[in-house]
Design a protein around this ligand. Sequence first.
Ligand SMILES: [Zn+2]
Length: 713
Amino acid sequence: MTKLPSAFLLLVLLFGCTALEQSLVPEGGKSASVPPAAGLQELQALAESFGNELTLPVFENSPEELTASLDRTLKEADRRLNKMAWQEPASATFENTILVMDDVVHLVQTMSNRLYLTLESHGRAEMREAAGRELQRLQAWEVKTRYREDIFMACRAFDELYVRARRPQLRGENLKLYRETMRDFKRDGLHLNAGDRDRLEALQNELNQLAQSFDENITDAVTVTYYSEEELEGVPDSFLRGARQEDGKIQVRATVVTDYLAVMENAVNEDVRRRLKELRYRIVQAENGPILDRMLAVRDEIAEILGYGSWADYRIEPKMAGTAANAVSFLERFVDDLDPKFDQEVEAMRQLKAEETGNPEAELAIWDFRYYMNQLRKQQYQVDTEALRVYFQYERVLAGLFDVYEQIFGLEFLDLPNPQEWAPGVSLHACLDAESGEPLGLFYLDMFPREGKYNHFAQFDVIGGKKLDRNRYQRPVAALLCNFTPANEEQPSLLSHSEVETLFHEFGHLLHTVLTRSSYARFSGANVPRDFVEAPSQTLENWCWDEEVLHRFAVDYRNPSKRIDGEVLERMRQADLATKGTYYRRQLALALSDLRMHLRGRNKNAMTIANQTFEEVFMAVPEDSHFSAYWGHLTGYDAGYYGYAWADAIAADLATLFERAPKGYLDPEAGRRLRREIYEQGDSRDVSTSIRRCLGRDPSHEAFVKSLGIQPR
Ligand SMILES: [Zn+2]
C-alpha cells in the first residue's frame, strides 16, 4: 500500500526528501497559500514528467471566500462563452465552439464539486450553509446559461459548416462530443420556434413547481402510529426500547424506513403488518395523487413539443437503453425469466405462513413478504451476521482492499499527509500506475460519521480528468464520503459484511474517476450513462464473497490467526439467493410502473397504472392505496428506475470475466482489462462498445439469470 514505485523512489532520492511519512500541520486561515505537503511535491514533479497535472484543490476557508471563488468562476465562464457567442459565424470551428463548451463544463464543475463537498462534509456549519447558498446561485446561472440562444447559435454555426463539409471530419471522442453537445440543445428545445419555446418554458416552470411540491410533501410527511407491546411480538428489543412512550405504547413512524422495516420484517401479528402497510401506502395520497397525474400530463406534452414519442423516450435517449421500448422489453423478459423462481419462493413463504398460523389455506399478502423473507433466512440458513464483524476491522479491510486492487488493476496506493483538512479525520492518498510509476490521481477518504456530514455512502468528484492541451492532462481528484461503524471505547471500527461490500463498491466509483483517460470533462471518469454507472461497482461487490480474497484480510482482530469461516459465507450467500426472486420481482414491478406511467397516453392515472402493474408483476396492493404518491424516485429518477436491474445484469456479465479467468477474482489479466476497457474509457466511446471490448464478446443476460440460480431459457 505504501510501497514506492521505482521511478518515484528515484525522484525522492534526487530531491533528497525522506519526509513522506511526516505529517504536516495545516497552516489554516489563508486558503490561497496552502503549502504542498511533503511527498505531494515530489509526486507532482513526477506527474509533470508524464505530461500530467496533479493538483490538489484549494478549499475555501470562509463564506466570503466561497462567494469570491464562485464570482471568479462565473465571470471566467461568461467571458469564454461570450467570446464564443460573439465571434463571426463563418469562423466557427470545433475548437472555438464545442471544445469551449467542454472547457466551461470543466471549469464550472470543479467549482460545483468543491461546493458540494463543502456542503456535505465541512467541519463548520457556517461553511456548509454558505456552500448551500452558493450552490443555489450556481444553479440559477446554469439554468440561465443553458437557455442562452446566442450560445446555441454559435455552436449551430459550426454545426452547419460541418454538415456542409466546410470543416474537417471529426472522429472518435471528438465526433461524440460534437453530437452530444448539439443533442443537448435539441433536448432543451433551443431549435424550436418562438411559440413552441414559450409553451415549453411555461410547461417546464409548471413541472418544476409540481415536482417541488411533490418532493416537499414527501419530505414533510410525518405519519405516526402506536401499538401495544403485545401487538409487536417478534420486533427486536433494540427497536422497542427506543420507541417506547411514557404510557408504555410503542411509537412507529410509518415515514421512517427503519421503523417501518423493524415492524414489517419482524412483527408476528399479521393484522399489525397489514395496518402498517396500509398506512404507509396511503402517505400523502390525497396531496400528491393529483400532483402526480398532472406531472405525467405535463411531461407528455413537453415530450411531444420536443418531438419524442414519450417522456420515457426523452429521458432514456442519453442512456444505454436508448429507448423506452428497449427498457420495457428488458424488464418484461426478466419478469418471465423469474417466473418459476418467484412462484417457488412465494410458495415457500406461504407454507411457512400456513404452518405458523395453522391455516393450511393461508395466502401470502403484500404485507407478509418481508416478514416471511426474514423468517426463511433465519430458519433455514441460521446466519448471525453481527457475529462476523470481528473479521472486518476497518483498517485491515482497507489495507486488504488496497492490496487486492493493486494486484488486479496494476496500481500502487500511497498515503500522503493531508495539507488542508476541511474536516477532522480526512486522509489523502495517491494512486499510481505500478508499472510505469505514473501518478494517476489523488483521493480523500472521509469514512466515519460526524455531525452535519452527508449521511450515506458516496464518491464525490473533486477535480475531473481532462486533457488541458496537446501535451498536458489534468489528473483527477476524488473523495469518498462514508459513514462506517466507528470505533468506540471497547473496540476498533468493526464493519458488517454489507459495509465491506459497500466499501468495495464505492471504491469502484473512485477508481472509475481516478483511472480515466478521457479527453473531455463530459466523458471522463464516472460521467457515464446512469443505467451503466453502477455496473462496474456492482461487479466489485463479488470480491467480498470470494474466500480467497477474504482470506487475505478477514481475520479475527482479537486473534489474527483465526480466519473467517467460508462455510458461513456460503450460508449467507444461499440465504441471499433464497429470496432474490421476490426481491427482483418487486424491483421490476417498481421499474415497470415507472416506465408505464411515462409512456404516451391520455388522462393517465398513476394510481391505476402502478397498482395494476404491482398486481401483475408482484402482489396486489391494499385497495385504494397509492404508494406512488410517496415515491421520491418519480422526480429526478423518473423513467429511470429500470436502471438498477439493467446495471445489475451488466455487472453479472462483467463478473464472468473473473469467474472464467485462471486466477479468479485475483486475476491480473482480467483486472487490467476492466481497467483499460471500462474505467479508463469513461464515456469517451459508447459504453456498449466498452463492455463488448472488455468481455471480448457480445453482452448477454445469461450470467445474470444464472447468478440468481435460474437456468437460462
Ligand atoms: Zn454505487
